[in-house]
Design a protein around this ligand. Sequence first.
Ligand code: ADP
Length: 335
Amino acid sequence: MSAVLPEKTDKAGERTEPVLVAEGLVKRFGNFTAVDHVSFRVDKGTIIGFLGPNGAGKSTIIRMLCGLLTPTEGRAFVSGTDVAKDPETVRQHIGYMSQKFSLYGDLTVMENLRFFGGIYRVPRKVLPERIRFAVTMAGLDGRENALVSTLAGGWKQRLALGCAILHRPPVLFLDEPTSGVDPESRRRFWDLIHALSGEGVTIVVSTHYMDEAEYCDLLALINRGQLLALESPTALKKRNLGGTLLSIECADIGKALHLLEGQPGLLDLAAFGNAVHALIDPARTTPEQLFALLSGAHVPVDHIVPIEPSIDDIFVRMVGEARESQEGEPGRRAG
Ligand code: ADP
C-alpha cells in the first residue's frame, strides 16, 4: 500500500510545495524487494518518523531520498529537485546522520567540525560561528580539544548532529540516530530535533524505539518494504483495531502465547515485556474465558485488563492485517 497526503495550502490559500516527495519508490537487491512502491509527501518543518523493525527498509528509503542509492523504480524529490537527475544540488540541501555517527574518533571535537565544515563547503567567513553554535548545542563547551573517541555516546551523537547541520540544510535525515544512546541523551536529542523543526527544518528520522513515535508530527509505519500507514500519532491511536485489547500479565508469557494462539475470538497476540496483549472479538470470547483457560493450564494470571492501544499495538495489528491479507491467516507477533 502507499499513502499520499492531501495537498496543503498556506495561509493565503496558495498550494505549498512539499519539501520531500517519494513517488512509487522501489528498491530491489537481486530478487529481493527491500522497498516496495513507497509514496509520500512531507511539508516544510515536519518531523516524519520512519517506524519499523530492523530490516523493514527504513535506511534504504532514506538512502534513496538522499541520492546515496539509485531507486530501481520511482522518483524522489527534495525541495523540488529530482534526486536522480541532480544529486549534487540535493546533497547541498540535506544533512545526513547515520547510526554510526560518521565521526573520526582519532580527531578532536574541533578537528571533526572543521573537517565536516570543509566537506559541506561552509563559507570560511561563517564557519567559526557555525562551529561555536554546534559546540554549544552539543554541550561540548570546554571540550573542544577532546578526542572524539573519549566522549560518551550522547555527546558523540549531539556532535554528529552538529556536524550534519553545519551547512544549515533545510532537510535533515537522521537514520536511527538514537540507537544505543542512554534515555537522558535521547530526550536531549529530541529537544534539539524539535528546535530545528521549529526553525523550519524538515526532518526524517528513523527509529525502532516506539516511544519516540510520540515526538513526531507524522509517522510512516514501514514493514517488509511497504508503507502501512502515514498518519499523525494522534490519528494512528484513534484507529479502530476492530476488537478489545487486553493486557494479560502472567508468569509464563511463552506458555500463555502458546495456549492463547488459535483460540476462537482471538484476533491478534503479541508479547510486550511481562504481558501478553491480546486483541479479542468481545462477541466471541471474554477476559473471564481467557483467565479460565490460562489458570486451568497452570499459568497463573496476575492481571487481565482492557487497555487503550499504544502505537506499538496499532503497528502490530497493522502488520498482522497485512500478513493476513497476503497469507490468508492470522498470526502472532513478538512485540
Ligand atoms: P532498516 O533500515 O529498516 O533496518 P534496511 O533498509 O537497512 O532496513 O534493509 C532492508 C532490507 O534490505 C534488509 O533485508 C537488508 O538486509 C536488505 N539490504 C539493504 N541493503 C542491501 C544491499 N546493499 N544488498 C542486499 N540487501 C540489502
